[in-house]
Design a protein around this ligand. Structure first.
Ligand SMILES: Nc1ncnc2c1ncn2[C@@H]1O[C@H](COP(=O)(O)OP(=O)(O)OP(=O)(O)O)[C@@H](O)[C@H]1O
Ligand SMILES: [Mg+2]
Length: 477
């Protein structure tokens, strides 16, 4: 092996390391320390101490992932990120930052980094972040984050893990977020997750569907009215913005908002002030605005149906939810979740499910996304006949391969496409592990040291798992 220099050291080289990492960190001590966390045969790490060197090494080493300290002495970190993106737009970047400021982290994500890891970090956090960026996190284990009493945010694909990280970051800063995605992809679920991850989590969350009513009704719904503002306004009534003061409002189907209301909305986004219909006084509120739409909003702007200035106001950060057909690896996890939840709601047993139903779900394209999958599960539970449910989904040309009597429990649905039994079992194991950790934390009132002792795992491992599963302490813990 060639003699390594201080600035470019091959810290690990095995016969076949799976991923090439370029570590750009100016602090030699820290560089060595980070590199030492990555000596496990999985990674070949090239190290650089300056931005200039890193940029020149890029073309030679062709890394799968760049670990970039965003505070380099020779060039501003965000500038180096811009340069990386310009030189190699497809290269993945994991930013390492010591600035615990969500706005800064959001800026880094906006510039195209896959994730931001805040210093100091543990080895487990670093590896988990690298896995997320490389998309190598085991799929089908799934994460289940509780949103309210009976709904959860469930995901398993690397793209959704990335979206979850971004949302958790954006949640901390009071900027508007625009959530785009086809119908049924989970825009409302995501909005609830953002609210729940934000400092407003204990305040009210309200949704207003901007397409569900005519303009004047929507105006009174959003902004309220004074007595006598129109025929029938016998007493004054506050609107959703007032009711939501201190909390979060989701303006759903924002693309359908009538032009007359868009100007009023723009105003409230600028300084939080508005007047009720027929009112003379100005009311000021503190409401975080999230907006969602499934239409092509840029096209709407081009057609002058949506104000461009309003779009830029709403677009503090944009999340594009992928359709289910582009994250099919999540189907087993979500299917399992819907089955358990809905069977519970319907008061029936979690049914048995055969390979054919799993295969049918994987082969179908789901134009209605997760909502359609949820409805499919409802139908399946009601019909209590899998062949009928599949024929309903795939059309009458479907010919059953096996009889329903060959059904096996959902927990053991095997299918080559699904990643098989192993992944499903792993998913269930994760659920059980998450529950055990939550119980231990509850019992010890979030005394993590004691919980780690009770669970007989190391304190570090517990911290890592709390983060991995997104377990949140109850308010006041
Ligand atoms: N990631 C998810 N985890 C769990 N449930 C989900 C997820 N995504 C969607 N769902 C479920 O699928 C259904 C549709 O989700 P949601 O209403 O959030 O979609 P949407 O994108 O807002 O749809 P639309 O554009 O039609 O309003 C809901 O019942 C929701 O609970
Ligand atoms: Mg919706």
């Amino acid at each position: 092996m060639a003699t390594a220099t201080l600035s470019e050291q091959r810290v690990y080289e095995s016969a076949a390391p799976r991923y090439k990492l370029l570590l750009v960190e100016d602090d030699p001590g820290l560089q060595k320390y980070i590199a030492s966390m990555l000596v496990d045969g999985n990674y070949a790490v090239t190290q650089c101490t300056t931005a200039a060197e890193a940029l020149s090494k890029m073309s030679q080493s062709k890394p799968d992932l760049v670990l970039l300290d965003v505070f380099m002495p020779d060039v501003n970190g965000l500038e180096i990120l811009r340069q990386f993106r310009a030189m190699a737009p497809t290269v993945k970047v994991l930013a390492l930052s010591c600035l615990h400021d969500p706005r800064h982290s959001i800026e880094i994500i906006r510039l195209g980094a896959k994730d931001v890891l805040l210093k100091p970090f543990h080895k487990e956090e670093l590896i988990a972040s690298i896995d997320r960026c490389l998309g190598t996190t085991a799929v089908n284990t799934g994460q289940h984050i509780e949103l309210d009493g009976n709904s959860m945010f469930v995901f398993a694909s690397s793209r959704m893990r990335e979206i979850r990280s971004q949302c958790a970051l954006v949640a901390k800063v009071d900027i508007p977020v625009l959530i785009l995605g086809e119908s049924g992809t989970g825009k409302e679920v995501l909005a609830k997750f953002i609210h729940k991850s934000s400092p407003r989590a204990n305040r009210v969350f309200l949704k207003v569907n901007c397409a569900a009513m005519p303009g004047d009704l929507l105006e009174s719904e959003l902004f309220g009215y004074e007595q006598g503002a129109f025929t029938g306004a016998v007493r004054s009534k506050p609107g959703k913005f007032e009711l939501c003061n201190g909390g979060t409002i989701l303006l759903d189907e924002i693309g359908e908002m009538p032009a007359s209301l868009q100007a009023k909305l723009l105003h409230i986004l600028q300084d939080g002030s508005f007047s009720r219909l027929g009112g003379r006084t100005t009311i000021k509120v503190d409401v975080r605005v999230l907006a969602a739409t499934n239409i092509d909003i840029k096209n709407h702007i081009a057609q002058k149906l949506f104000r461009e200035d309003l779009f830029y106001r709403l677009n503090g950060f944009t999340i594009q939810l992928p359709p289910l057909r582009e994250r099919k690896e999540e189907i087993p996890v979500v299917l399992n979740y819907f089955l358990r939840r809905l069977a519970g709601e319907f008061g029936c047993q979690v049914p048995t499910l055969s390979e054919s139903i799993a295969e049918a779900c994987m082969s179908y394209n789901w134009p209605g996304n997760l909502r359609e999958l949820e409805n499919f599960v409802k139908r399946y539970l009601v019909l209590n006949d899998e062949n009928l449910a599949i024929a309903d989904l795939l059309g009458p040309s479907y010919t059953p391969k096996r009889s329903t009597s060959m059904a096996v429990p959902i927990d053991s649905v095997p299918s080559p496409n699904l990643g098989g039994l192993k992944n499903l079992v792993r998913g269930l194991k994760d659920e059980a592990e998450m529950e055990a950790i939550s119980n231990a934390l509850g019992k010890t009132r979030w005394n993590r040291k004691q919980a780690a002792v009770d669970l007989r795992i190391s304190y570090k491992a517990l911290l890592y798992k709390i983060k991995q599963y997104g377990i949140q302490p109850p308010q006041g813990a």
